[in-house]
Design a protein around this ligand. Structure first.
Ligand SMILES: Cc1ncc(COP(=O)(O)O)c(C=O)c1O
Ligand SMILES: N[C@@H](CCOP(=O)(O)O)C(=O)O
Length: 466
């Protein structure tokens, strides 16, 4: 399998190189040169398989040329062996039509673990083949940071620098990052938003000299391997609900457009996905883009769903590329325009290409609270605010009532205890695996939100290439 850049001028690479590169050298994102195809029989054959075996079947075409099936299985077993639920991602029924796919049973209690536990294994395997060292720089609005740190803490061939927006993540999220004691882990709180942090990370990748000197790689969903691992659970859930015979809709709380783009990939591979509901909070750039063609960056507003307080969604570029006809050079010009003016209109081809599968909803604080209360009162489920945004969007979307709707439950309620308590009157306890979080000592630096301050900090501590 070869991968091409959404901006059309970086060299095509195989899976191993794409995983280690993160962002393409022309500033674009890597996507497979064509989508693997699963026939109805291939999908039927997934029925009854464990999560690990489903993962091996779904991901094998994407890693071809870099890992054989036995190697992939070994890495998946190591990654998903650390989940606390036998099913890895259990499905829970809420009513006759609504389901939750619980993606938060990994070590750091959010869906990010599903991909990042595997990415940690992939880095280790590929680096041992080439005797190399990586510097990971990442941006987090709360969950990617802890999941990535957990996946690479203590690994000899990797240093990780994680930027989070100071004061804009929950206490549990911050402590999950800053209480990890390992010499290769560096936490940086910046004065700014997640968007500022993400822009800095991309700028470091686009500085060819800096990228080469420190051998930068990415753990954010700009890294293709992140999305590949997330495609698996769409297959796993849909097969349990009757695919390929019965189509299934998914509602996805969305920020950086990675999770829902993985659903698009599953549909492109042949999974009968009836709808992908893009659920945003009031930071609604994606809702405006999909419903009106207006992709313009608004001011970020802090909400009770901090992980989705995002106004520039990295992976939307992947959709614009694929749905718009895969013209990389045209997209490079369009994205250049966005980077200069912070606004762009989708082309007709991009809008039509997305319209067949996507629908969107913007959910405000009241909608989120009502969904949390409904899940608690009607189905005895305590859900986190992000999952509630997804559930509210599912309930607001008009669909054929015979189609099951799966809301992706992206985080454990305990990560957002104050918001959950406000909505339901119940304070979720911290699960045993993070039970002593508030007794541990925190380690992080605060830096001004400038590129110069952050790169100077990284350059002083990262291992330069020999
Ligand atoms: C709990 C939670 N829900 C939803 C999202 C949004 O996912 P994505 O950025 O892949 O759209 C995030 C962060 O990305 C998150 O941490
Ligand atoms: N919500 C994310 C933001 C980063 O998204 P990613 O999927 O691109 O890593 C977070 O929790 O950090």
């Amino acid at each position: 399998m070869q991968y091409v850049s959404t901006r059309g001028s970086a060299p095509a690479l195989g899976f191993e190189d794409v995983t280690l590169a993160g962002l393409a050298s022309d500033g674009g994102l890597y996507v497979p040169e064509s989508w693997p195809s699963f026939s109805p029989d291939d999908i039927r054959a997934l029925s009854g398989l464990s999560y690990v075996e489903t993962a091996v079947r779904v991901m094998t075409p994407f890693v071809a040329g870099s890992l054989d099936e036995a190697e992939l299985r070994e890495l998946c077993q190591a990654a998903y062996g650390r989940f606390s639920h036998q099913a890895v991602v259990p499905l829970v029924q809420l009513d006759h039509r609504n389901w939750l796919l619980e993606l938060f049973h990994g070590p750091t209690l959010a869906f990010k673990d599903v991909a990042l536990q595997l990415l940690g294994q992939l880095f280790e395997r590929f680096l041992s083949r080439r005797d190399d060292h990586l510097t990971i720089v990442g941006a987090t609005s709360g969950d990617t940071g802890s999941a990535a740190i957990d996946a690479v803490a203590g690994r000899e061939k990797v240093d990780i620098f994680m930027l989070h927006p100071e004061g804009r993540v929950s206490d549990v999220q911050r402590r999950q990052m800053t209480t990890v004691r390992a010499p290769n882990v560096h936490n940086i709180a910046i004065d700014g938003s997640f968007d500022d942090a993400q822009a800095m990370v991309k700028r470091m990748f686009n500085d060819a000299d800096f990228k080469r000197r420190f051998n930068l790689s990415a753990v954010n969903s700009i890294n293709w391997a992140r999305l590949m691992a997330q495609v698996v659970y769409y297959f796993y859930a849909a097969v349990r609900l009757g695919a390929p015979e019965r189509p299934v809709a998914f509602s996805v709380p969305t920020g950086n457009f990675g999770d829902v783009f993985a659903g698009y990939v599953a549909a492109k591979m042949g999974l009968p996905v009836a709808r992908l509901i893009v659920a945003t909070n009031v930071n609604d750039i994606l809702h405006r883009a999909l419903s009106q063609g207006d992709y313009s960056q608004g001011q970020v507003v802090s909400t009770a769903t901090p992980s989705m307080d995002i106004q520039v969604s990295s992976n939307f570029e992947r959709l614009l590329f694929d749905a718009g006809g895969r013209d990389g050079l045209a997209l490079a010009a369009q994205m250049g325009g966005f980077e200069a003016t912070r606004a762009m209109r989708l082309t007709n081809a991009q809008r039509e290409g997305a319209a067949g599968l996507f629908t969107s909803a913007r959910i405000d604080a009241d909608g989120m609270t009502m969904a949390m209360r409904w899940a608690y009162d009607a189905a005895a489920q305590i859900i986190d605010p992000h999952s509630a945004i997804g559930l509210a969007a599912a309930q607001a979307t008009d669909l054929d009532p015979s189609i099951p709707v799966v809301t992706l439950a992206t985080a454990h309620a305990a990560k957002f205890r104050d918001a959950v308590e406000r909505a339901t009157g119940t304070r979720p306890p911290l699960p045993a695996r993070v039970g002593d979080l508030f007794a541990r000592e925190e380690h992080y630096v605060k830096l001004p939100g400038t590129y110069e301050a952050v790169t100077a900090y990284v350059a002083e501590r990262a291992t330069p290439r020999g």
